[in-house]
Design a protein around this ligand. Structure first.
Ligand SMILES: NC(=O)c1ccc[n+]([C@@H]2O[C@H](COP(=O)([O-])OP(=O)(O)OC[C@H]3O[C@@H](n4cnc5c(N)ncnc54)[C@H](OP(=O)(O)O)[C@@H]3O)[C@@H](O)[C@H]2O)c1
Length: 332
């Protein structure tokens, strides 16, 4: 079968000049993978915005349809694991990087990338979580694997108004953790407190630009979305046997530290690679997000839009001005 669908496409009309527009594409031109999915919802993540802006570290060839996550319905499948009508979720792998992604109305992916949608969550809410929520879930899975449980100490979440940050804060608070939120947008303090933060700090308050190998120990765990000097400061202020989940690089990708937080305090640095997590962890975390870790974001942190409004949201997330999650609803 062949269907024409709308997609936000980034083209490269001349070398290193990128432009975005809504185009009509055909499912005939999708890669020859196992399962064709009609995308009902996708979401906007920082990585999507980089791909949509033109970023060869993420997307090698343009024209390209970004969108690293989708929730939708199987249209046809070459494998017996999935059949027409199944409701499914895909996040990560190569989706939206070099495989056409969720900013288009259809995707075709290998069956091994697909998570059957848990019954207890609908397709919209699956993308309210999307890659950001799945990543927050993986961080909590890792903290718990390191025996960091509610009541054992403070958990710091940086970039708390962002997608990963806001969802991590809500889930941790729901589970009973003492969450400290750090943000550049202190005018959202009231929202962050309502979402469960016990303390809200301006992000500059956790940044230490000295070369001191250790700072006073404050956090038992951290979900660190910023990178650079923030990550270095967080590692140095993590307490004995604490664990820092390294998630993001919005403000830098170079880490400067000494070995003392690891030798003296036994701190664990836990790399978070949500795009390539194995399927057993995906099933575990999606099941949790659908039931025990299910949360709602306040209205100001959840924006469901149509494809035509996506371009301006991409600009906003690149400027660090986005709050919470943007869900894209496709018309079919
Ligand atoms: N490792 C993984 O598997 C994985 C998965 C998903 C995302 N990520 C990465 O994690 C990070 C967060 O992703 P996201 O989707 O949550 O992005 P997002 O929605 O854009 O949130 C990022 C937040 O970081 C803060 N921020 C933005 N620009 C900044 C800057 N230049 N300096 C300091 N703070 C800044 C802002 O929060 P405040 O104003 O509240 O501080 C912003 O809301 C990104 O780097 C993303 O690529 C990694």
């Amino acid at each position: 079968m062949s269907v024409i669908y709308r997609a936000l496409v980034t083209e490269e009309p001349s070398p290193n000049v990128f432009q975005r527009s809504i185009m009509e594409l055909s499912t005939d031109d999708l890669p020859d993978n196992d399962v064709l999915i009609k995308v009902l919802y996708s979401s906007l993540n920082y990585k999507d915005a980089l791909s949509a802006r033109g970023h060869r570290g993420i997307t090698r060839k343009y024209p390209h349809t970004p969108g690293i996550d989708v929730a939708g319905i199987v249209v046809c499948s070459k494998v017996s694991d999935f059949k027409e009508g199944d409701e499914v979720i895909v996040t990560g792998y190569d989706l939206g990087m070099n495989t056409p992604g969720g900013f288009g109305g259809y995707v075709k992916v290998p069956a091994s990338w697909i998570v059957p949608k848990p019954e207890q969550i609908n397709l919209h809410d699956a993308m309210m979580f999307g890659t950001a929520g799945f990543t927050a879930g993986i961080c909590i899975y890792e903290l718990q694997k390191h025996d960091i449980m509610p009541g054992s100490g403070k958990i710091l979440v940086t970039g708390a108004t962002g997608g990963v940050g806001a969802l991590a804060l809500c889930i941790l608070a729901k589970l009973g953790y003492d969450v400290v939120a750090s943000t550049s947008k202190l005018h959202y303090e009231e929202f962050l407190r309502k979402m469960g933060a016990k303390e809200v700090l301006r992000n500059t308050m956790i940044l230490d630009i000295t070369t001191r190998p250790l700072l006073s120990s404050q956090w038992l765990g951290a979900i660190e979305n910023i990178g650079g000097g923030t990550l270095s400061s967080v590692i140095r202020s993590t307490q004995q046997h604490g664990c820092v989940c390294v998630v993001g690089n919005v403000s830098g990708d170079v880490l400067t530290t000494s070995i003392y937080p690891f030798l003296i305090r036994g701190v664990t640095l836990c790399g978070i690679d949500s795009a390539s997590r194995p399927m057993d962890q995906r099933l575990f975390v999606w099941d949790k997000l659908a039931i025990d870790w299910k949360v709602e974001l306040p209205g100001a942190f959840l924006n469901t839009i149509k494809l035509d409004s996506l371009d301006k949201e991409i600009t906003k997330i690149l400027e660090g001005k986005q709050t919470g999650r943007v869900v894209i609803e496709h018309d079919h």
